[in-house]
Design a protein around this ligand. Structure first.
Ligand code: FAD
Length: 459
């Protein structure tokens, strides 16, 4: 359907890109290359006023629309066929107030924008594990990252949001203003409006911290994973660990005879003095016969990019995920069994360990449930675009591990839902949270215009 953009043009400073314009094909791409959809218009916003104008334009003309932050939702929520794409990707400005220790970041920022600017002042906050992920979707779903055991989730640092609501108004959400909306934005995703500015509290961090990557052969995976669990049970909040199971990539740091062989990795961070970090991680660095020993003092921003190359834009991805209540021996055995059956050298199984500050925030304070879970396990299937014929085989491996982990599941992190049915989104919340979220949705978006997301319907 051809769209009449004249009424928007007069009230829009950014770029309006139609299907015939240069830049349209690049502009409709999201992180997951398997998603190929064709919006009717890309409205690349310059600032809050453009976002408000775009929402009003869509409402007045009854156009379906999507919202794009960093474009990383694996299900491709940021783009839909025939819909207007309200694109925040040019809204990446930040402002750090070093005295107040806050950062205000526009809604299209990526993790790397927030980290780069706050680290200039020796400050930081919990951002995601991959620097090219958008903070828009990441924060609104909760925000898990290397620093969470010390600083809590990204939402725990959130001070206020500037929000464009379903009728195109601009409101503030904070503990003082619109507190109900502020509660829902901290875990309820993009269901209530478009956040054009986030303000976060920052903490002293680095810039150099102790951490990095270690890898062990699959034969040692059971003991590495059990040690990780037991170590974390006693570890201080400063310690963060992400486990990862995959086939070893053909990198110079990995001994050649292990290229393409199953391995287990642990990415470590220590938020504090580097020599204390080195001491704290001794039980891990002395473990077994590692293939890669990369723990050392290094910039936090470098650690935050360790995984980047493993999850590039444009490859095809399919994932399913569980929050795991208890990381018991059954979970470890299941993971190790399925590591041996992995079908693609690009697939992986990251294990994001909770604990520390995450679990100390009361469950009803935000819309992020199961803060006492042990970890989140994301099963990431990945293959090259030219291997699309193999997609079903790789997806079957993802589903197989997902099904076998189900007995230990404690719901799901909403940002790791994918093509799941609507009841999977419901499983991302407690019954109390779901009731409160659907009531909030009725108040702020009764027509469900913000529906291309992990959708919470009006109650
Ligand atoms: P988009 O696809 O642009 O947006 C996702 C959803 O959020 C859409 O529904 C969109 O409409 C909405 N949205 C985006 N921005 C806004 C905004 N400003 N206002 C309102 N709604 C908005 N999650 C973690 O917590 N920690 C991680 O370490 C982590 N690592 C990841 C690594 C990779 C490689 C990928 C692909 C994902 C990762 N995730 C992680 C999951 C991530 O949080 C979600 O995919 C999230 O949706 C990404 O946000 P985005 O803005 O990039 O995505």
């Amino acid at each position: 359907m051809k769209i009449q953009i004249e009424s928007l043009q007069d009230d829009f400073l950014g770029q309006l890109i139609t299907p015939n314009d240069p830049g349209y094909d690049a502009g409709r791409q999201v992180w997951n290359g398997e998603i190929q959809r064709h919006p009717s218009l890309i409205a690349r916003c310059h600032g809050t006023a453009d976002v408000a104008a775009a929402v009003r334009f869509c409402r007045d003309a009854a156009h379906d629309f999507t919202v794009r932050g960093g474009g990383h939702a694996v299900a491709g929520h940021a783009v839909a066929d025939g819909a207007v794409l309200i694109d925040l990707s040019a809204m990446t400005g930040t402002y750090v107030d070093p005295a107040a220790r806050t950062i205000t970041a526009q809604g299209g920022c990526l993790n790397e924008h927030v980290d780069r600017e706050s680290q200039k002042h020796g400050l930081g906050m919990t951002g995601g594990f991959v620097s090219h992920t958008g903070i828009g979707g990441l924060v609104l779903g909760g925000g898990i990252g290397h620093l969470m055991r010390k600083f809590g989730l990204s939402i725990d640092a959130l001070v206020s949001c500037e929000v464009v609501t379903a009728d195109g108004s601009i409101v503030t959400a904070s503990a003082e203003e619109n507190p109900d909306l502020f509660w829902g934005l901290r875990g309820g995703g993009g269901n209530f409006g478009i956040v054009t500015n986030f303000t976060f509290a920052l903490q002293p961090l680095g810039p150099t911290i102790y951490g990095g990557l270690m890898l062990w052969p699959a034969a040692e995976a059971p003991s590495v994973l059990a040690t990780m669990r037991d170590f974390l049970a006693e570890a201080p909040d400063e310690v963060g660990i992400v486990g990862n199971l995959r086939l070893a990539p053909p990198l110079p740091i990995v001994p050649e005879e292990f290229h393409g062989k199953p391995v287990v990795g642990l990415v470590a961070t220590y938020v504090g003095d580097v020599s204390e970090g080195e001491r704290a991680f001794a039980p891990i660095t002395q473990l077994g016969n590692p293939l890669v020993t990369g723990y050392r003092p290094q910039p936090y921003v470098a650690i935050q990019k360790i995984v980047n190359a493993a999850v590039p834009h444009g490859r095809h991805y399919y994932w399913k995920s569980h929050k795991i209540g208890e990381f018991n021996n059954q979970v470890i055995t299941t993971l190790c069994d399925h590591l041996e059956k992995i079908t693609s050298p690009m697939s992986s199984v990251p294990i994001f360990n909770f604990g520390g500050a995450v679990g100390r925030v009361p469950e009803d304070a935000t819309a992020f449930p199961h803060r006492d879970a042990a970890c989140d396990i994301n099963i990431v299937g990945s293959w090259l675009p030219e291997q699309a014929g193999d997609a079903e085989r790789h997806k079957a491996w993802v589903r197989g591990l997902f099904d076998d982990l189900a007995p230990n599941s404690r719901g799901v992190y909403v940002n790791f839902t994918s093509d799941d049915a609507a009841d999977r989104v419901k499983a991302a919340y407690t019954a109390e949270q779901w009731a409160r979220l659907t009531t909030l949705k009725s108040a702020f978006d009764p027509d469900n215009v913000f529906r291309h997301n992990a959708n919470i319907p009006p109650g």
